[in-house]
Design a protein around this ligand. Sequence first.
Ligand SMILES: [Zn+2]
Length: 227
Amino acid sequence: MAGVLIGLSFYLLDDRGVEYFDLSPYDYLGFPLPMRAIGWLGHHHGVQGTGAAPMTGAEMEQLRAISRRLGSVTLGWHDCDFCGAFEGNGEYRYYLPDGQIYAAPMMIMHYVEEHGYRPPGELRDGLRAAGQPQWDWRAERLRAVLLDQSEDPDFRCQAAVDLANWNDPRGLDALWHAAHDEELADVAGDEIGRSLAAFVARGLASNLLAEDLHVMVRYGIDEASGR
Ligand SMILES: [Zn+2]
């Protein structure tokens, strides 16, 4: 086990994964936007938030609704520290309308449902107010990263994943350009396709279906739309 000090935040890293205090700055993986950690539980700090009120049915539904699309599935699989019966890979990124971004592990729902984890009040308040985020500086930044050929390909891939959070033609336009960037489509085509499928489902991009697209982009669209 090793403790790693990076910038102002401290996280614990061992063969079982990464552990954060809730709301710490998230810096496990590089990301083009500042995020705060939610639900990165482990055996050192145990289950956090157990003194808080239980999640209501409505809160559970809202959390489930924003936990649909995983990013960074390259994180690697690891088992739940508390029961060993569940493994997760990847993270959810929550773009709340109040401007905050939270990164949560795939296992967050498992922690809530099976181990009595309660996310901090900041997230629960944000969930109650949640709706579709409006186009803002976060979306602008992701759009710029996606379109910049000198950017890290993994950042561009994560930007393609997250731009689907905004129901806005500027996001669709950037994804369309990314789909036609041969080099990027070779490595991130399936994620670009999944994001484009979200716009097709909103009725904004039906003309895409007839287009001659990169095979990986087409694959992502078909997978996401269950074709
Ligand atoms: Zn467990």
